[in-house]
Design a protein around this ligand. Structure first.
Ligand code: TMP
Length: 210
C-alpha cells in the first residue's frame, strides 16, 4: 500500500477527535493528502449502522449482534473508503477501528479476543493500521468530560463503570500485545503537548516506511 493508515483509540472523552482535526491540518500543510474518517461510520451504510448501534432505545441488543454490526460497518468502510484511499497514497486518520471491537466487544462484553479477530478478518480484507494511538485516560475522567460537553448519552456510554473499566484494561492489554503498532499517549496532558507528541510519532512513521 502506498498510503498510511493511522488509527486513534481510547476511552470515550479522551480527546481523539480534537487531535485528529489538528493532525489533519498539519499534515495537509506539509503537503499530504489526508482523509479523516470514523468508526462506526465513514460511509452512508456505516453511518446508518451507527445510528442503530448507538441508539439507546435498543437496550435488548445482544453482544453478538453488536459485534456483527460493528464488523459489517467496518467491511463497507474498508472496501469503499479506506482501501482506495491507501492505494492512491493518502494518509487515512481513523477515529476508532478494529481495536475498539477488541476492547469493547472482546473485553467489555466478554466475547473474547479470538472471536473478534476471527469475525473481523473478513471485514478487514487484509488492511491493518500502520500505527495506532492509544489515548490513555482514566475512563471515569473520560465519561465526566463527555457529560461536561452536554451531548446526548449513547447506548455504550450508558454502560456501567465496570464495563468501561474492562474496556480500558482491554486497551492496555492490546498495547502489550501489539507493542510495535501501539503508541500510548498520556491523554491527561494539554492539547498542544499531545499534538506535538502525535506529530513526532507520525513523522517517524513516514520516515521509517519510506
Ligand atoms: P465514538 O463515540 O467514539 O464515535 O464511538 C462510538 C462508540 O462505539 C464508542 O462508545 C465505542 C464504541 N465502539 C465499539 O464498541 N466497538 C467498535 O468496534 C467501535 C468502532 C466503536
Amino acid at each position: 500500500m502506498k498510503g498510511y493508515f493511522i488509527t486513534f483509540e481510547g476511552p470515550d472523552g479522551s480527546g481523539k477527535t480534537t487531535q485528529i482535526g489538528l493532525l489533519k491540518d498539519y499534515l495537509k500543510e506539509i503537503g499530504f493528502e489526508v482523509v479523516v474518517t470514523r468508526e462506526p461510520g465513514g460511509t452512508s451504510i456505516g453511518e446508518a449502522i451507527r445510528e442503530i448501534i448507538l441508539d439507546s432505545a435498543y437496550g435488548e441488543m445482544t453482544p453478538v449482534t453488536e459485534m456483527l454490526l460493528y464488523a459489517a460497518a467496518r467491511a463497507q468502510h474498508v472496501d469503499e473508503l479506506i482501501k482506495p484511499a491507501l492505494e492512491s497514497g493518502k494518509i487515512v486518520l481513523c477515529d476508532r477501528f478494529v481495536d475498539s471491537s477488541l476492547a469493547y466487544q472482546g473485553f467489555g462484553r466478554g466475547l473474547g479476543i479470538e472471536l473478534i479477530e476471527r469475525v473481523n478478518k473478513v471485514a478487514l480484507n487484509g488492511i491493518n493500521p500502520d500505527m495506532t494511538f492509544f489515548f490513555d485516560l482514566d475512563p471515569k475522567e473520560g465519561l465526566k468530560r463527555g457529560q461536561a460537553r452536554g451531548e446526548g448519552v449513547d447506548r455504550l456510554e450508558l454502560e456501567s463503570m465496570d464495563f468501561h473499566q474492562r474496556v480500558y484494561d482491554g486497551f492496555n492489554g492490546l498495547c502489550l500485545r501489539y507493542p510495535d503498532r501501539f503508541k500510548r499517549v498520556d491523554a491527561s496532558m494539554g492539547i498542544h503537548d499531545i499534538h506535538k507528541e502525535t506529530i513526532n510519532r507520525i513523522l517517524q512513521l513516514l520516515k521509517d516506511k519510506k
